[in-house]
Design a protein around this ligand. Structure first.
Ligand SMILES: NC(=O)c1ccc[n+]([C@@H]2O[C@H](COP(=O)([O-])OP(=O)(O)OC[C@H]3O[C@@H](n4cnc5c(N)ncnc54)[C@H](OP(=O)(O)O)[C@@H]3O)[C@@H](O)[C@H]2O)c1
Length: 282
């Protein structure tokens, strides 16, 4: 199959991502369950320490075999992780230059996921703080080359601060299509980074929306909204996230929660409730 060298501008962004971290030997079964429940966007990483990417690939193969879904209907996202974030199970030669490590990691991801391209390829996190480093610049350039070679449709970056993001955009001609960050309510749900992303036309993906914010889930405002709309507090948080421009991730291991998280897409919150929730904790 031949692929365009540049991302398809008409390609749609997903509205909810199923996250596959920390599932170990349940990865295949849970990813298969998520696909059956209706998820069409999957987030993983070539980082064996926290993800079992080949297990995701096995679930995809099963879904194709069963006629549940085609590759074209899916949005697959994976990541490049520096050696510092890995254990001994590396998807590249650590002695190779970073650009080569990126190429090897992409190749290994395509094998794991049994595909010729991924829809989004994300730098799991900058190499150091507080600045965007020369190593990050080398990795990003290698990621751009993977995109130009058609192995990857869009690029993203994760666990990034506003300062690093601003430096990155000053340094590189190709900006990220996605930023993926942990979202704490106490920082206004990562307000500074989110607002910058909106200005720059970057889609903001938020993770740990539930686990990082137990105080929000237990808050009377959320409980009241949940009761009035016949939804759960978790669904209110996902609906709120979407209302402020966050593309949410969920890594639920429960089929009931999978369906609930998908159903939250139908939920619209009143503007006053969105405003109140946004300033609840930060
Ligand atoms: N870029 C990064 O560095 C990074 C870091 C962390 C995560 N991620 C990505 O983000 C994904 C999601 O991670 P996460 O931290 O947001 O979530 P998570 O760790 O997968 O946890 C989600 C939690 O919320 C619960 N939950 C989900 N839906 C619920 C519902 N409707 N009602 C009640 N509880 C519900 C789940 O419990 P049940 O299982 O019982 O439903 C689980 O405890 C990961 O799998 C990974 O793909 C990326």
């Amino acid at each position: 199959m031949s692929l365009p060298a540049t991302p398809d501008p008409a390609a749609r962004n997903p509205d909810l991502l199923y996250g596959t971290a920390w599932k170990e030997d349940r990865t295949t079964a849970l990813t298969a369950l998520a696909l059956r429940a209706g998820f069409r966007a999957i987030d993983t990483a070539n980082q064996r320490r926290h993800y079992f990417e080949a297990g995701v690939g096995e679930a995809l193969a099963q879904a194709y075999r069963d006629g549940l879904v085609t590759r074209a209907e899916l949005f697959l996202q994976t990541k490049f992780t520096y050696q510092g974030g890995q254990d001994h199970r590396l998807p590249y030669d650590p002695a190779a230059p970073l650009a080569r490590q990126v190429a090897q990691s992409v190749g290994s991801s395509l094998e794991h996921l049994r595909t010729e391209y991924v829809d989004s390829y994300v730098l799991h996190g900058p190499s150091s703080w507080p600045d965007w480093s020369a190593a990050d610049a080398e990795v990003w350039q290698a990621m751009v080359e993977e995109r130009d070679a058609g192995h990857v449709r869009r690029l993203g970056v994760s666990n990034i601060s506003l300062r690093q993001l601003e430096q990155m955009l000053t340094h590189h001609r190709i900006p990220p299509a996605y930023v993926q960050n942990r979202c704490f309510a106490r920082t206004g749900w990562d307000r500074d980074v989110r607002h910058f992303c909106r200005q720059q036309n970057i889609v903001y993906q938020g993770f740990s929306l539930l686990t990082a914010n137990p105080e929000v889930l237990a808050h009377p405002l959320v409980a009241g909204l949940a009761e009035r709309s016949g939804a759960s507090p978790a669904q209110i948080v996902f609906a709120f996230a979407r209302a402020i421009g966050i593309l949410p991730l969920t890594g639920t291991t429960s089929e009931v929660h999978m369906r609930a998280d998908l159903a939250s897409r139908e939920l619209t919150l009143p503007a006053e409730a969105v405003e109140a929730l946004e300033s609840l904790a930060g």
